[in-house]
Design a protein around this ligand. Structure first.
Ligand SMILES: Nc1ncnc2c1ncn2[C@@H]1O[C@H](COP(=O)(O)OP(=O)(O)OP(=O)(O)O)[C@@H](O)[C@H]1O
Ligand SMILES: [Mg+2]
Length: 348
């Protein structure tokens, strides 16, 4: 019955569907026929105590660490999960209202990618937020499934596909088949954990303090999952003895060592999922390979290391940062997958 409803909807030419990847680091909005229409940091700035929204996205991110007491710049998603539900809801509504085409008011369907770990109450709240933002229907999809669809894997077929989505807060690893998740594992170790490891390394080895954003910039500039890259960068930090700024030259060898621990936690989680995978599906994955998605998969040599550690061919998807958003946006087009989507609510 559900499929029939969707078939009717799909024939409705003026429908507008939005897919939303509510990520720890970045929120992406994908619109049918328009692609990714918005990619902004998952940050919202609120005036206190009124709760009025002052800024969302890039403008709000610039306020972090620089706000007076009357303003709070909040990151409602932390560690890959929704940590502050009320502000997450405000942020979601802002992104929906901003990206919905005015002429489709009241006819928008939205699919939101959610971590598999969110509770039933939280699922309901995401749907309510979308409906209150004026959407006609709201659906939820688990992020690894969306990542598989977005990466163009044959997730609706009786063929095993494996996705390793390395985000900011979490790494989600899943084996997919017939439009569903066969087995999965989510660990709270991803890009942010690598940044923290760089901060700790610089403090211990060089007696220098750097902020999160500097650590992330170092990782992107010269970070690697394996030694052997010949890159270097200079970084300015606060010398802990003199309490004065000091410049330091860093090499990719050093940074590879600094992030080795979180990187190996990711590869061992992948091995755990492979151990749990039914043999038939494992043969498919051996043929097809493992697909890496998420911003963290852009770390140099990540796919090579994963291949070495798992013995399975591994490659980074095209546009890895956009895979979950594209998958949420395309899920409504795929009938078989549609049956695995949870339809959560319709506005009357
Ligand atoms: N070129 C790069 N090299 C290494 N890491 C990168 C690169 N580009 C982005 N990243 C990292 O990717 C992470 C963000 O990825 P992504 O946007 O997929 O996360 P998210 O979806 O917001 O988080 P989550 O899925 O955990 O909720 C950040 O930690 C960022 O530093
Ligand atoms: Mg993500």
């Amino acid at each position: 019955m559900f499929t029939a409803v969707i078939a009717k909807e799909a024939s409705f030419l003026f429908e507008q569907d939005l897919g939303i990847d509510l990520g720890t680091a970045t929120t992406l909005v994908f619109a049918r026929g328009r692609g990714v229409v918005c990619s902004e940091p998952s940050v919202i700035a609120l005036e206190q105590p009124s709760g009025r929204i002052l800024a969302v996205g890039e403008a709000a991110k610039r306020m972090i660490g620089r706000t007076p007491a009357s303003i709070v710049a909040a990151t409602p998603l932390r560690g890959g999960v929704i940590a502050d539900f009320d502000t997450a809801k405000l942020m979601l509504q802002h992104f929906i209202r901003k990206n919905r085409l005015r002429q489709f008011l009241g006819r928008t369907r939205v699919v939101v990618g959610v971590p598999s770990s969110v509770t039933e109450v939280e699922r309901r709240a995401v749907v309510d937020a979308a409906l209150q933002a004026g959407c006609k229907e709201a659906y939820l999809i688990e992020e690894p499934l969306a990542a598989g669809i977005g990466a163009g894997l044959p997730v609706d077929q009786p063929i095993g596909s494996m996705v390793v989505d390395i985000g900011g807060g979490t790494t989600d690893i899943a084996i997919l088949s017939l439009g569903g998740i066969v087995t999965s594992l989510s660990i709270r170790v991803a890009g942010n954990a690598m940044d923290e490891a760089i901060q700790v390394y610089l403090r211990k080895q060089h007696n220098i303090l750097v902020g999160e954003r500097t650590a992330e910039a170092i990782k992107i500039a010269i970070g690697s999952a394996l030694p052997g890259e010949n890159l270097s960068t200079s970084v300015a930090g606060l010398d802990m003895s003199t309490r004065l700024p000091r410049c330091l030259e860093l090499t990719s060898e050093e940074i590879a060592r600094a992030i080795a621990e979180p990187v190996s936690q990711i590869t061992s989680a992948a091995r755990t999922v492979i151990e749990r995978c039914p043999p038939e599906l494992l043969c498919d994955i051996y043929d097809q390979g493992v697909t890496l998605t998420g911003g963290g998969s852009l770390l140099r040599n990540m796919a090579t290391l994963l291949q070495r550690e798992t013995g399975l061919p591994s490659r980074v998807a095209d546009n890895p940062v956009e895979c979950v958003a594209a998958g949420t946006g395309r899920a409504l087009d795929q009938m078989k997958i549609m049956q695995h989507l949870v339809k959560r609510g319709t506005r009357r």
